[in-house]
Design a protein around this ligand. Sequence first.
Ligand code: GTP
Ligand code: ZN
Length: 374
Amino acid sequence: MRARRRRRGRAGGGRRHHEQDVPRLRRGVVGAVPLVPPTGRYGSEDPESYERPRRHTRPRTKERPSYDDAVEAQVVTVDRGRYTCVLEDHLVTAMKSRALGRQGVVVGDRVRLVGDTSGDEGSLARVVEVEERATVLRRTADDDDPVERVVVANADQLVVVVALADPEPRLGLVDRALVAAYDAGMDPLLCLTKADLAAPDELLAIYEPLGVPSVVTQRSSWGGAGLDEIRERLADRTSVLLGHSGVGKSTLVNALVPDAGRETGSVNAVTGRGRHTSTSAYLLALPPAGSTTGGSIIDTPGIRSFGLAHVDPEHLIEAFGDLDALTDDCPRGCTHAASEPECGLDQGVADGVVSAARVAAYRRLLESRGEPTY
Ligand SMILES: Nc1nc2c(ncn2[C@@H]2O[C@H](COP(=O)(O)OP(=O)(O)OP(=O)(O)O)[C@@H](O)[C@H]2O)c(=O)[nH]1
Ligand SMILES: [Zn+2]
């Protein structure tokens, strides 16, 4: 029980929480690692500390925190050690400051920048702080590789984009993405595309017992309701879009953000490189539409596998409060899988407090952890 409580308190992974619920974040501390500014104003590698003797023109007391003129920005994409950040209305290229050490900086991170934040051609700012993350979406390269990678930070919804046909839906992919979402404390959303090619009923029935919300769409209806419903679901949130190649994700992103220029052809408009070399996620602000005012989406073009070795089954069930409540009397170490002899979930079904379909769907998710990555 004690171990379980400790896991519940795990940073960034509590039961479903949204960015809005998280109190204004502590600054300058990421996880347990305090970011200690280097001695001197910005550290010895900073050209400004040589070129502009600010200390003489702007006196500061010792107590004054460093970086108090740093500006807030959000990381939009990462490419070979360069961080593109959005600062109010313009993009700034930045690198990590030495003060960050090995601290990772990922798409969605809210950061503080110093240096040249003009965004002018050739300018380079420096990331000096990463704010505590409200959520982290992680993956392991594959299930046998325990190295965890943070994919994106601060997203509160994971949109799993699945084509109803061409390519055929792969449930393994959907299940694994859902596991990652629940583990990260993000709300899942199923986005079923290409409804002009196949009916959604079968797929919807499979995910209905889990209570996963869904939208069904097809490109030809985008003048009408299809796209509006998705916009409403995305409004004022930060949503990660995940999907296998060819499901129509880029087509959808381009419809949502008309000047996004996400590649549906062969060359990435952002990097100028081939589509398959672009592996970084990319954050795009949603334009206001109808009654919605904002929100952003994070496109994840390069994710081909979604290892879940980092996911603790005991943590997964916490995303399903009604099921979690049934497991208090499970034998020690019960994984709540179908093979467990005395699992409280089976008792719950026998007692009629939970549907067999819901337990079976939960167990399918649980088992998807061990399936091959996609
Ligand atoms: N029939 C049909 N085809 C669609 C629909 N949406 C997109 N497509 C087509 O599906 C193909 C794949 O679309 P993309 O948007 O490039 O798919 P993607 O998921 O971004 O794929 P990658 O770029 O490989 O990651 C394209 O030929 C689209 O024209 C739809 O609603 N119905
Ligand atoms: Zn159990």
